[in-house]
Design a protein around this ligand. Structure first.
Ligand code: PDD
Length: 297
């Protein structure tokens, strides 16, 4: 007897999806990996998420750089070459052939005898490519709400948030808690009480014309969209940069937004109970236009 008959919905849950496992492409219902894989048992993996625009992966080189950097941060050898990973991603994207795809690539520390000990050097690679309709227009036109979470972001001296590892439990709990309170996302602080980032995005606030985002040492992922926004700010001479801020300062923001590869720039219209009037504000709008231009280029 099937213990979880709901598992049979894989086909419905993932329409227009293909999965590449170690170089072979499968439909979602046939995409299986061993229960002994360390990614499943311990979250012992690294991953990246991007999307395609006209069949091309957005900032793929930067995502590959970060994948190898994350692997180094968790002392995980990646035995696939960069060219192999790239080739398999491109092959899977081409096979799905949709206008816009979500692309997730995962490299795990593979299968070892059960136990934390790493006795062999190996990997499994999984690439998920699925059709990806545009996000709702209201996110961008009206903004979304965030709450300041009681969950702390992991300390860089524990599992470094700058390693994009498969260990997202802390962020899952923060998001669950936020959704229970009917917020769109949670923003986590570090143990020193400074804002770090959202559950799958980087956080920004604007005060008196200055655009601020927490520095890497606050404990957060070096977002690729974050880097692109910092580049735009330099080129277009926006004021601001990386600076720590507290929840009290965040609550006093004139404007706020978050960034990620899949979602781009999403304005924030509410922080806890505080409503940010006229979201998206003028500076957020300017940045959204500049970022759109960059994507088109
Ligand atoms: N998340 N911070 C965290 C914790 C993230 O998981 C992400 C990305 C970001 C933004 O990084 P980037 O601009 O490089 O996408 C920041 C992806 C989208 C995800 O896990 O789905």
């Amino acid at each position: 007897m099937a213990m979880n008959p709901k598992n049979k919905n894989i086909k419905d849950l993932f329409p227009r999806t293909l999965v590449n496992i170690n170089g072979e492409i499968y439909p979602p219902e046939a995409a299986n990996i061993s229960v002994f894989d360390r990614g499943f048992l311990y979250g012992d993996s690294v991953y990246e998420v991007t999307k395609t625009i006209k069949g091309k992966c957005l900032f793929l080189e930067e995502h590959l750089d970060r994948l190898y950097n994350s692997a180094e941060l968790i002392a995980m050898p990646v035995l696939f070459t960069r060219a192999e990973i790239k080739k398999e991603i491109e092959k899977t994207v081409k096979a799905l052939d949709v206008d816009q795809a979500y692309v997730r690539f995962v490299v795990t520390r593979g299968i070892t005898p059960i136990g934390l000990d790493v006795q062999t050097e190996q990997n499994n690679m999984v690439i998920v490519v699925k059709e990806y309709p545009d996000y709702p227009a209201w996110w961008y036109e009206k903004g979304v709400s965030v709450c300041i979470s009681s969950f702390l972001r992991n300390d860089p001296k524990a599992t470094d948030p700058n390693a994009k590892s498969g260990n997202y439990l802390n962020n899952v709990l923060a998001l669950l808690d936020a959704r229970k309170k009917e917020f769109f996302d949670a923003v986590m602080t570090n143990k020193d009480g400074f804002i770090t980032e959202g559950t799958t995005n980087n956080i920004w606030m604007i005060k008196n014309g200055e655009i601020l985002t927490p520095p890497l040492k606050a404990g957060l992922l070096k977002g690729i969209t974050r880097d692109k926004i910092l580049d735009i700010m330099k080129k277009e001479k926006f004021k601001g940069g990386e600076k720590n801020f507290t929840p009290a300062e965040f609550l006093e923001a004139d404007e706020a937004f978050f960034t990620s590869s899949t979602k781009g720039i999403v304005p924030i219209c509410q922080i806890n109970e505080k409503i940010l009037q006229n979201t998206p504000g003028p500076i957020t709008k300017k940045l959204m236009t500049s970022y759109e231009k960059l994507l088109k280029a």
